[in-house]
Design a protein around this ligand. Structure first.
Ligand SMILES: Cc1cc2nc3c(=O)[nH]c(=O)nc-3n(C[C@H](O)[C@H](O)[C@H](O)COP(=O)(O)O)c2cc1C
Length: 296
């Protein structure tokens, strides 16, 4: 089946799937597998305090895949290296963008930081800016400042959240009524029904974080992945960790871990996700060879 959404069109990808940013792991060795499987792989810039290492990894990415990929800019606000004394954080963002453009990357995602200062540079170079946030007012402000799309992270997800975070269901259905730009749903999505549910709620794509943590390519020891697979998302401890705002556990697997049963290669994971979604659509009587939400 051909999948067409505003996000597949913007990013030039086969499926409406965007890889989450991963502090620590979001490098080409992991990200290429997501792009190769038809989604938008993500290189996370904060993993490369040195610009030359960042460039080298982008070059490696291009050897590993000829498919589109994105760069996430969620740099810490403090120094990554000694350069901080002489280069402002904004200048560092723009430098990463210039390097990424020169290596053929066109899509930039930002998070955890007011990033409208990148809009001019990204658009002048013919790229796209997708801002990740959790609240409606932040999404509306990103839209008014020129973001091409927003990723909305729900309470079910992992990563930086806001004390007032809402669920993915509420976020997407409500924000659909307020935003004109495309939306990507993030938070708790890890299977075909989650993907279809998000699209039905009004998203133009989904962002996957936790669901990728148990793929073979995720650079974490097997024993850690196996421990994550045992997570009981219905336990009191888990509930407290994910749903009660705290600054400590923001990298723990989210509710999406409940959909992972074993460690499998990325290609198999994305293939099963999409083909299961196609089977669900067929079971609903959808017999087209093309899924398109471009006009919705
Ligand atoms: C280990 C780990 C590291 C992450 N690092 C970042 C990061 O540096 N920047 C960011 O914007 N999001 C980061 N995230 C959040 C993901 O990009 C994504 O938004 C989130 O995982 C989506 O929710 P899900 O896990 O329920 O799919 C991280 C998530 C994990 C699990």
């Amino acid at each position: 089946m051909i999948w067409k959404t505003k996000i597949t069109r913007m990013c030039g990808i086969e499926y409406p799937l965007i890889m989450g940013a991963f502090g620590g792991w979001g490098k080409s060795d992991f990200a290429y597998s997501f792009s190769e499987a038809g989604g938008l792989g993500m290189i996370t810039a904060l993993n490369f305090p040195k610009f030359e290492d960042f460039r080298k990894d982008l070059q490696k990415m291009k050897i590993l895949t000829d498919k589109p990929f994105a760069v996430n800019l969620s740099l810490p606000h403090r120094a990554l290296d000694k350069n901080f004394e002489v280069e402002s954080t904004h200048e560092r963002y723009l430098k990463y963008i210039d390097i990424a453009f020169s290596e053929g990357c066109k899509v930039f995602t930002t998070s955890g930081y007011k990033s409208s200062f990148i809009e001019k540079r990204v658009h002048e170079s013919g790229g796209y800016w997708i801002h990740k946030c959790t609240l409606l007012n932040h999404a509306m402000s990103a839209e008014s400042e020129g973001a091409d799309a927003v990723t909305i992270l729900g309470l079910e997800g992992t990563g930086f959240k806001n004390p007032n975070s809402n669920t993915t269901l509420v976020n997407i259905t409500v924000m659909k009524k307020h935003l004109k730009i495309p939306m990507v749903a993030a938070g708790g999505i890890g299977d075909a029904r989650g993907l279809l549910g998000a699209l039905a709620m009004g998203a133009d794509g989904v962002c996957l974080g936790t669901a990728l943590m148990t793929t073979t390519e995720c650079p974490v020891p097997l024993r850690v992945k196996q421990k994550w697979l045992q997570t009981d998302i219905f336990s009191e401890d888990f509930h407290k960790r994910i749903y009660l705002y705290n600054k400590k556990n923001f990298m723990a697997p989210s509710t999406a871990i409940a959909h992972s049963k074993e460690v499998i290669p990325m290609k198999q994971f994305l293939h099963e996700l999409v083909s299961n979604a196609e089977n669900v659509l067929k079971s609903w009587g959808f017999n087209n060879n093309e899924f398109s939400s471009i006009n919705s």
